[in-house]
Design a binder for this molecule. Structure first.
Ligand code: ASP
Length: 295
């Protein structure tokens, strides 16, 4: 099986100066995931590596530079899911954490619980030897500016779906959530079936957009059901974004990957930076489904 990875950097309206670094950032993320896959690594290792690359890049709303609550706090959500076992791990509302996707993976592997939140999640991180950061290391000028502007259209999460050489699928997503959210607010990112879903026999999906609407619509589970009904990944992605719009009036974006390595992406926001890496075709990318700004 030829490995494939698809990643996105959030569905929203980019500022002009964000075009190039966003497309570069998603390409680096897809390359980080593909580096794992091409050495025979697992889909789970690949999606974790791809999401970690975006969490460490302040252009994205995840980890370093994540969006802030209305009282200026950094509280992040993340999840990861294995398409073979259908086990997942998720963390919600974790303060000051650079790589919540790795914390979500530790939750999945520990296996006692599936979703941990708040200070308890931090205590679990310490037990597992995962680092906690100081707020000042993670809050960027960009995040403070965003909070000041309160750009309500901003809705971004980072995500990745991968297929490895053994035919296993995985998905991971990570976010700072909505800018100016109430402290304690948890979006769709750590909610199985809403922000993410994967089943090796059906496909994988990762969503970004208005978390409250995505939860109501159970977006990613229903997107994979479109694959089960026989739709292509491209059609399933388009149909699920339209469905969310019809049912809730909200905008979003989604990436999908089938068990045979077919990719699909769709968004009804102005932009959604994305990249796809595969053994056959190298890396393709854009800042929306129609536009690329890199040579
Ligand atoms: N879906 C995430 C949330 O609502 C972030 C986003 O994509 O806006 O928390």
């Amino acid at each position: 099986m030829d490995p494939v990875i698809i990643v996105h950097g959030g569905a929203f309206k980019l500022l002009d100066e964000e075009f190039v670094p966003s497309e570069q950032g998603v390409r680096q993320s897809a390359q980080a995931g593909m580096a794992v896959l091409s050495l025979g690594g697992s889909a789970i290792d690949a999606v974790e590596a791809a999401v970690r690359a975006m969490e460490a890049n302040p252009i994205f709303n995840a980890g370093l530079g994540a969006s802030l609550t209305r009282d200026g706090k950094l509280e992040v959500d993340a999840s990861i899911m294995d398409g073979r076992t259908k086990k997942f791990g998720a963390v919600a509302c974790v303060p000051d954490f650079m790589h919540p996707v790795s914390l979500a993976r530790a939750v999945m592997e520990d296996g006692e619980h599936a979703l941990l939140g708040g200070p308890g999640a931090l205590a679990f991180a310490s037990e597992k030897g995962l680092s906690h950061f100081h707020r000042t290391d993670l809050v960027t000028e960009g995040a403070l500016k965003r909070l000041k502007r309160i750009r309500s259209e901003r809705a971004d999460t980072v995500g990745a779906c991968a297929l490895d050489s053994r035919g296993e699928l995985g998905v991971a997503i990570s976010t700072g959530g909505k800018t100016n959210k109430r402290s304690g607010r948890i979006g769709d990112t750590p909610i199985i079936g809403a922000g993410f879903y994967v089943d090796n026999s059906v496909g994988a999906a990762g969503a970004t957009g208005d978390g409250e609407a995505i939860m109501r619509a159970l977006l990613c589970y229903r997107a994979t059901m479109f694959l089960k009904e026989g739709l292509s990944c491209g059609s399933a992605a388009r149909e699920s974004v339209s469905m969310l719009d019809r049912e809730t009036g909200k905008k979003c974006g989604i990436i999908m990957l089938s068990p045979s390595g077919e990719t699909g992406l769709y968004h009804n926001t102005p932009h959604m930076p994305w990249a796809i890496a595969s053994a056959g075709t190298g890396v393709k990318s854009g800042i929306s489904s129609e536009k690329s700004v890199l040579p």
